[in-house]
Design a protein around this ligand. Sequence first.
Ligand code: MCN
Length: 785
Amino acid sequence: MTESIGRTAGSVPERTAGRFVGQKVLRKEDPRLLTGHGHYVDDVTFTGMLHATFVRSDVARARITRLDTDAARNAPGVVAVFTAADLNDQVAGSMLPSLFQGAEDFMAPIFPLARDDVRFVGDPIVLVIAENRYLAEDAAELVEIDYEQLPAVVDYESAAANPEKVHPDRPANVAMMMGGPPEPDLQAVFDGASHVVTETFRQHRYSMVPMECRGVVARFDPFDNQLDVWLSSQNPHEARLAFSRVTGLPENCVRVQIGDVGGGFGLKSFVGREEQTVVLAAFLLKRAVKWIEDRHEHLIASAHARVEKMTVTMAVDGDGRFLGAYVDHVDDSGAYPIGGGSAGMLSCPLITGPYRVPKVGYQTTQVWTNTCGKAAYRGPWMMETVAREEMVDVVARAIGMDPVELRRRNVIHRSDLPYTSAGGQFINNVSPEETLEQCVGAIGYDDFRTEQAKAKAEGRLLGIGFALYVEPQTNFGPYGNEPAHLRIAPDGRVDVYIASGAHGQGLETTTAQLTAEFLGVHVDDVTVHQGDTDATPYGAGTGGSRSGPMIGAAIHDAAILLREKVFAVAGHLLEAAPEDLQMEESLISVSGTPAKSVSLAQVAQVAHLGPGTLPDDVDPILEVMHRYKAPDGVWSNACHVCTCEVDPHTGTVRISRYVVSEDCGVMINPNIVEGQIAGGVAQGIGGVLYEHNVYDADGNPLSSTFLDYLVPTAAEIPEIECLHIETPATTPGGFKGVGEGGAIGAPPAVFNAVADALAQVGATVTDQPLDPTTVLAALRAASQD
Ligand code: MCN
């Protein structure tokens, strides 16, 4: 096996380019998934397997004054009842949900179960394990808990100053604070600008709501000292490390497998407290234990996201050119954030996005509250896009300029690249101006404005909203590298092993396309293996829209190294120099003499079965393990435009058209790219118009079922029209990520469309969600003015 680190191999031969990469290859996983033959964690079952359920706090903040589990322990079918007294001392230090460097700084210690106090509704207090789920749930009902209730910290905007503390051992409710007031040079810009506009924007609490909630099956065999875990995850290798830590077993005694995963949206990048607790229980019981999160638990206790506000101040000159921006950001991380907790660190420096803004300053504060913890959710830093793009429209209205014209005057042009932003980001190979113009053309901007004016005369409110963003990838944390392991079987077919944890985005297909393209075989001859820590190389899993650039580059380089090995064997068989050989559709031939050829299967047979026939300097191991090391900064970008009609009588919003112009570099599979965009846009539309996870003032969740937490259906989502600009990244293959983009651009585009409609009658909105009540209130307020 050849192991190479960080080497970028030579470029791909022209003739194979585009045979599979860039083609709309049908998704390999779909026949299985669409006919109900997917294999999810709940499908894993063993004879004698036990089932777990949690007893959770039903108050937001309280001391536990009495905990009586006797009746539960004696209930039929109950095998074990664990409390904090049984489990918490077993874990060495706190349980780490994320290995992102520095994550500990922003997190309060997390233990399996609440011990003396509870810190949000849903905080797990007792774990009941029984012969089946019904018996476990029945026994859980028998657990008696008395609380001394304490005032809950629910409002995140006042949490920093609230003397009541979410975590009693911390000096205050501030988890993290960075930056500070504007520096004097930025203040001087504000003092001298023609226009200075300040506005505050808020996002509200979303849940991730994947179709498959969280779940785990763990089985410990003490005779083999082997812990097997089946998990619904985006990140199997990190999960293995977490389970090793929580049990004290060496990592190589732990195997994590993920099968099909019914969505994750960021939540499953991290190893949840419940999953770690169930694994610890299975280890202690030396039995197989299953826990499947139900939807109610998911909505109150898995993780929440997007609860943040940004106050933006923009300085603009008399021609509408941005001169400087200052941002004050506050972010609610709940009681126990599990990753993505430090989004403000990314979000604030990115505030300038795709625009030239010479000076920037920011302050970000992350606070704890007595609510469900925050996790990364598809584009976790995207508050900068929301605040900036909504601000651009506010500024346009304030200075009396068309919002498209204001964007045109400030957007980064190709001639500005590479561009180092005032926040310190080095941005290259992006096309914000081109995507803006593509959207303006596709939506028919001028015609829309004419139609809007006509509609207004008829009492109808139409609106249009744009949003641009640039999105950084690949270079975050310790994960600026990606492995790929390619192996040719004796029959010439190819096995590929990747570190990812695909959870809906089609990596089985695109990985096969990449391998087929760069190696020179047919896509049907490639089998992709992922989600098994015993079989796949160590890596960061799937998140941050990193698979396209990272797996793409790793496979590109590994395939070229493997071709060299194949050509060395084939060269011997064909009596030709390896550099004169080419391979297409698994046939290796001499360039210019196509009749002189040998199949990959023949080469593989010789390498596997007759290596003694090869010269000593020809390596018969047709296998390559490569670890690609990424450069800093691969950037995707896009422009979204949305048109809508607001009903002035009911406050409801109907989206009429939605267009996205996306630049994710070279597309591996345009169908998959467009599917990713459409899915993300649907989440953005849902977020602005329907989804809202509400707490009351005492910290009681009010949206704990799908009756109250409204997820949009196909009826609410228009056709998403996708256009593409392909600006290749400098990474091998030229791929850039796309998975998060839809969910980044959609919220401000939808918001701006509604705000544009309302602005015609003097109504203003700054906060999400835009449910009918909020829209009607804005209309009423305007009519009273
Ligand atoms: N792709 C492509 N061409 C490119 C870039 C990507 O064809 N130039 C393909 C990739 O090969 C992959 C898909 O598009 O099949 C998404 O790739 P990428 O943007 O690299 O993102 P990741 O695979 O790393 O996926 C993560 C991203 C994130 S962070 C979340 S959250 C997310 C998502 O994508 N959650 C999803 N997409 C999701 N899709 C589904 N169905 N369900 C989720 O939970």
